[in-house]
Design a protein around this ligand. Sequence first.
Ligand code: SF4
Length: 150
Amino acid sequence: MVEGTAAEPPILVSACLLGVACNHLGRASASDAVIELSRTRRVVPVCPETMGGLPTPRPAAEIQADGRVTTSDGVDVTDRYERGARATVELALAVGAREAVLKERSPSCGCHQVYNGSFSRTRMPGEGVTARALRQAGVEVRSEEDVSDI
Ligand code: SF4
């Protein structure tokens, strides 16, 4: 049973963490902790990359040193990522969400870490395009690895 009330602000959640097969491989990244959270709190699933108009599956993309987002073939997909970020912020404002739980290391959703642009699975401190936009809009952003803080 969902215990959250209609008056309680919902939490935006990366849809892949809830089991939606929307990641770039066409798979989910289900998190038991996030699914458990959805049983006690009202959540609103989002997938910024699909909201930005990208297909599923889609080529992997990483944030480059200049801030652009490109695929491993060098295709610049920054506009799609920014479009998805704007749509996610608009949704957060529309539903009154003040918190988000987003998939760590994604070029959209990463909160503390992202891959470094070399497509070698090398991590670096940083945040995804949507995580940054939400944070700048005043939404408190956490990753699935921080759910115990809620
Ligand atoms: S954009 Fe975010 S929600 Fe969508 S698949 Fe990637 S990590 Fe998951």
